[in-house]
Design a protein around this ligand. Structure first.
Ligand SMILES: CCCCCCCC(=O)SCCNC(=O)CCNC(=O)[C@H](O)C(C)(C)COP(=O)(O)OP(=O)(O)OC[C@H]1O[C@@H](n2cnc3c(N)ncnc32)[C@H](O)[C@@H]1OP(=O)(O)O
Length: 162
């Protein structure tokens, strides 16, 4: 494989730095072990993820899809893409102050996503109606859109919060 700034052999350092106007977002301090499945192994061979917020407090992430996310040869499994959207868009609602679970996640897979590549997730809380928080997001690199999603998050009832 040809190494470029966005392609990395497993085990090698991966550049997850953010845009100049982003600040690192400490997701584990907000939701702890809820991140274990996707972003819990920052040096692993599945996902490597770093979260940021921009000046308007929208949540972004740089995400490396490692070899263990492979589905179609050389490309990410749709479930891996969905897992990233689930965590990232759900986390966007948490970061906006809502203790939620995801009730519905609608994803369109627009292009095959090469593994061992750093891509960007951007998200936006687009509406809040009672307990329903709608978050939209897209996973892309440069001009290539890999997936876009609409995530309906539902705030957890007080009696179900631990
Ligand atoms: C922590 C950050 C990183 C991790 C993020 C990871 C996100 C996740 O993966 S969470 C795990 C996956 N999700 C789940 O397991 C959720 C399973 N579902 C549930 O627990 C419940 O169905 C739950 C909590 C969503 C809703 O149940 P409940 O609290 O009884 O609410 P309920 O009264 O049914 O619905 C509340 C409102 O939401 C709406 N709603 C609920 N579910 C849906 C749905 N799937 N589609 C559309 N609307 C829905 C209802 O219509 C209702 O609307 P309205 O107030 O207008 O009548």
């Amino acid at each position: 494989m040809t190494a470029s700034s966005e392609e990395h052999a497993a085990g090698a350092a991966v550049d997850l730095s953010g845009a100049p106007d982003w600040t690192l977002f400490d997701a584990p301090s907000l939701v702890g072990d809820s991140l274990r499945f996707v972003s819990g192994q920052p040096d692993g061979d599945r996902f490597r993820v770093r979260y940021f917020r921009d000046a308007e407090q929208h949540l972004h992430a740089r995400i490396w899809f490692g070899p263990e996310t492979e589905g179609p040869p050389g490309h990410a499994h749709g479930g891996a893409v969905a897992a990233v959207m689930d965590e990232g868009l759900g986390l966007a609602a948490w970061a906006a102050g809502y203790a939620i679970v995801v009730g519905n996640l609608n994803i369109s897979f627009r292009a095959m996503l090469p593994i061992q590549k750093v891509v960007t997730l951007e998200s936006r809380v687009v509406s809040v109606e009672g307990r329903k928080i709608m978050v939209h997001g897209r996973l892309f690199c440069g001009d290539t859109l890999f997936a876009e999603g609409q995530c309906l998050c539902i705030t957890i009832k007080k009696e179900n919060q631990s």
